[in-house]
Ligand binder design. Structure first.
Ligand code: ADP
Length: 261
């Protein structure tokens, strides 16, 4: 009888161990696949500006006695591609830095109303170029324990997108509210909107609804992945609501008090 019990136990144990190993292998495979996809995406994104620069530089080299205006135009295009390459690298570095497990946040008590005002002030010139009006509404004074640099980056990315994917003469509303536990930032725009089927993917790295449009306006496809990472690191939540052709709203909820784990 005892042998029998032993036999059953060993059998169940072996089965559960092999199940656990299988499960782990499955996870490792997924991790490996996603890493491979990430590396291939990064290489592709970094190569695109390089290819353009090469074409531009070759055309300059091949032609003799090029009028100075043409020369200036091509050099201007090369400079733009260098800016783009730089932006991709900067975004990638901040993403990789935040991705590290156990990333340390530099938590300080910050006046969130002032933080938002600063962000909007910095983005005003971009909005003015498209005559997009940015309106800020604060329902109450909010002080919270956050990493100022990381959260600033997250909110800036949302507001910058609200301007970038807006129509000329559109608007962006940014609002701040709080209860006893959380503060809430809402970024609402009158822009082009995001198709329903794409809404679940916008926080993925390198995902862009319209690659050529996004590239044209200087997008890297990393802004929302960075924003999401920063919000999650603060134990917060970020959501998107959108109607195609009508506009988009991003909501961010962050605890007022930071808890390490
Ligand atoms: P990008 O650098 O291309 O802007 P993001 O990660 O910031 O990358 O955003 C991913 C994609 O989500 C964008 O390319 C765009 O298609 C879409 N998107 C983001 N924000 C908005 C918005 N406010 N309105 C419409 N589309 C948006």
């Amino acid at each position: 009888y005892s042998d029998d019990v032993l036999h059953v136990d060993t059998f169940t144990e072996t089965k559960s161990i092999s199940e656990a190993i299988n499960k782990m292998m499955g996870r490792l495979k997924l991790l490996d696949d996603s890493r491979e996809e990430f590396v291939s995406n990064v290489s592709h994104e970094l190569k695109t500006p390089m290819t353009s620069m090469k074409v531009l530089a070759d055309s300059l080299l091949e032609q003799e006695n090029l009028p100075v205006e043409m020369y200036q135009e091509f050099m201007g295009d090369i400079a733009k591609e260098i800016d783009r390459e730089n932006k991709i690298i900067t975004d990638l570095l901040s993403l990789v830095k935040m991705d590290k497990k156990g990333q340390t946040l530099n938590i300080e008590s910050i006046n969130i109303n002032e933080l938002l005002e600063q962000i909007l002030k910095r983005l005003k010139p971009i909005a003015e170029k498209k005559n997009v009006e940015i309106v800020m509404e604060s329902f109450r004074p909010v002080t919270a324990e956050i990493d100022e640099t990381k959260l600033s980056l997250a909110i800036s990315n949302l507001v910058e997108n609200a301007v970038k994917y807006n129509h000329d003469n559109g608007w962006v509303h940014v609002s701040l509210n709080a209860d006893h536990k959380f503060f809430y930032v809402k970024v609402e725009d009158s822009g082009i909107g995001i198709p329903k089927e794409d809404q679940a993917h916008v926080f993925e790295r390198f995902f862009r609804v319209d690659k050529s449009h996004s590239r044209e306006i200087g997008g890297t496809g990393l802004g929302l992945a960075i924003a999401r990472n920063a919000v999650i690191a603060h134990r917060g939540a970020i959501k998107v609501y959108s109607e195609e052709g009508e506009g988009t709203t991003f909501t961010v909820r962050i605890p007022l008090i930071y808890t390490a784990s």
